[in-house]
Write a protein that binds this ligand. Structure first.
Ligand code: NPW
Ligand code: ADP
Ligand code: K
Length: 491
């Protein structure tokens, strides 16, 4: 698990480290600079050569000046390019600048070479507070146009460290070395594309610096796959969760097939699909392992199940609505609502209120909206929801007392009383119809195996993304279809 921090959280941890723990700010800066200098040396194969360091007037620029010094000591030929008004330079910047006087570096008002081995961006870090304009924008553009390996210190200049947005223009780096904790903007689009490969350097700011207030966002790495529910050796198909899937409508059998397969491939003991009569033959052929039922046997099926997933390809017919009413009013089983179940909830405030009441009373509920569904549920525009996925996800989770998997290229898992989990696995080859149905099946299966709703949603999103990465590895970004995801699932 890795923390993802905002600029203000990072500032708080910096201050705690300096003021409460007592590590001087210059020590932190020196350690940051050392990490960057070592990375630069490794990437330049110890060959020396010309290095350009572009520095702003804040502490990010101060880091840059310290890196310039360390590289000059390691036989690099260093050019330092300072951009901005010196009168506004930070105290640490001034200190680093005066130390640098004694070292053999060249100060330039504009880079003139075409053969830099490395270019270091230390214009702005977490202190970027507005759009980049005028001389700064020109500097960023010129920096980007130069050839050579580019390293950003802390954050590529111009990327908003909390959101990943481009503030006017931004440095395109090959690598970013971020200090202390990974900044949120380095994992969100488009920031992650500007950052290149990201590494986090330990500069002496650790969990010790939290002082009771830890970061509010994190992401799982590989370890998420280890969080799958343990499979009892002596178990049988009844032990591993009976998933009731209410999915598919006329001409939409595929959603039910994908979700059912995904649930089985995530360890569900039994999957029963309630779908319209017209889908029976195709479902039985495509997923012979699934049990089948019709909407008029809903009550009996609910009694049989351990978990209910409702919505993929369901449509919004009267029959679909009555199924949704049935699983809300007629059951307190863990419930996952996806796709058309969400669209129906958006149109039926009484159902939504009932679900909220059940969530408050402890029913495990997961909603898995994509941005369009979130827009219907929140009454905002699709573009507003895409821009504000985090606040929309948090608001919906707290209104319904539910876990919300707000799906996008970076899916956010939000739940009352939980920090936000960002899913970092996945690939753009998954932007293909039916990927969401696979996620619904995976998450429902985890819920059916007894996982806590938040963990089921977070681990589900992670393994879904991993399946997508493997499918894309096999079929390519263009060739990947949702069915390839279930084929690649292996734990
Ligand atoms: N604290 C610590 O102990 C440690 C901190 N560390 C390092 O410090 C970095 C944070 O430093 P920071 O807070 O000084 O902010 P930074 O990113 O340099 O930018 C501020 C400067 O930019 C300016 N400015 C902003 N936006 C602008 C715009 N659009 N256009 C033009 N100007 C703009 C702003 O000017 P102003 O807004 O005041 O006009 C100010 O001059 C952090 O990322 C890490 O690298 C590490 O050494 C580890 C220890
Ligand atoms: N570029 C991407 N990177 C990672 N995951 C993606 C990307 N694009 C789509 N996905 C994932 O694919 C799934 C698409 O779901 P959804 O939009 O509901 O599809 P559908 O409704 O067609 O089944 C979501 O889980 C989303 O996070
Ligand atoms: K930077």
């Amino acid at each position: 698990m890795r923390y993802l921090v905002t600029a203000s959280e990072m500032r708080r941890f910096d201050e705690n480290t300096i003021e409460k723990i007592g590590i001087p700010a210059c020590v932190l800066m020196e350690r940051a600079a050392l990490a960057a200098a070592e990375l630069t040396e490794a990437r330049c194969d110890g060959r020396g050569g010309y290095v350009l360091v572009m520095c702003g007037m804040g502490n990010n620029g101060g880091d840059g000046l310290a890196v310039a010094r360390l590289l000059a000591e390691r036989d690099f030929r260093v050019e330092v390019w300072c951009v901005g008004n010196r009168e506004k330079a930070s105290p640490q910047w001034k200190q680093q600048r005066s130390i640098l006087e004694k070292y053999p570096v060249e100060f330039t008002d504009k880079p003139r070479r075409g053969d830099y081995g490395a270019l270091i961006d230390a214009l702005f870090g977490v202190g970027l507070s507005r759009e980049i304009k005028h001389e700064y924008a020109e500097a960023v553009m010129l920096f980007n146009s130069l050839e050579g390996w580019k390293l950003a210190l802390d954050v590529p200049s111009g990327i908003h460290s909390d959101t990943g947005r481009v503030m006017g223009c931004a440095v395109r780096a090959d690598e970013t070395v971020t200090f202390g904790f990974c900044k949120r903007g380095l994992v969100f689009y488009p920031g992650c594309e500007y950052a290149g490969e990201v590494s986090t350097a330990d500069i002496g700011i650790s969990e010790r610096s939290f002082y009771g207030r830890k970061p509010e966002m994190y992401a799982y790495d590989e370890e998420a796959a280890q969080l799958l529910p343990k499979r009892q050796r002596g178990g049988n198909k009844g032990t591993f969760g009976k998933v009731l899937l209410i999915a598919g409508s006329l001409n939409m059998a595929g959603a039910a097939i994908l979700a059912a397969r995904a649930a089985y491939r995530t360890g569900a003991g039994m999957v029963k699909v309630i779908t319209c009569a017209g889908n029976r033959t195709i479902l039985q052929q495509a997923v012979p392992e699934a049990l089948l039922g019709t909407p008029n046997e809903l009550d009996r099926s609910v009694e049989w199940a351990d978990v209910i997933a409702v919505g993929p390809g369901l449509g919004k017919s009267a029959e679909a609505l009555s199924c949704l009413e049935g699983v809300i009013y007629g059951s307190r089983l863990p419930l996952l609502a996806d796709a058309d179940a969400l669209n129906l909830l958006a149109e039926h405030p009484e159902l939504r209120a009932a679900l909220a009441e059940q969530g408050a009373a402890g029913r495990k509920v997961i909603l898995t909206p994509h941005v369009g569904e979130l827009a219907r549920l929140t009454g905002q525009s699709v573009s507003a929801c895409a821009e504000e996925l985090l606040s929309c996800g948090i608001a919906l989770a707290s209104e319904l007392h539910a876990v919300v998997t707000a799906k996008d290229a970076r899916t956010l898992i939000c739940g009352e009383g939980h920090d936000v989990c960002v899913n970092l696995s996945g690939s753009n080859g998954m932007a293909t119809a039916g990927s969401g149905d696979v996620l619904a099946g995976i998450t429902a299966a985890l819920l059916g195996q007894g996982m806590d709703a938040f963990e089921a949603a977070a681990v589900g999103a992670y393994i879904h993304g991993r399946a997508g990465e493997k499918a894309v590895g096999k079929r390519g970004e263009y060739g990947c279809m949702a069915g390839d995801l279930t084929a690649q699932m292996r734990y």
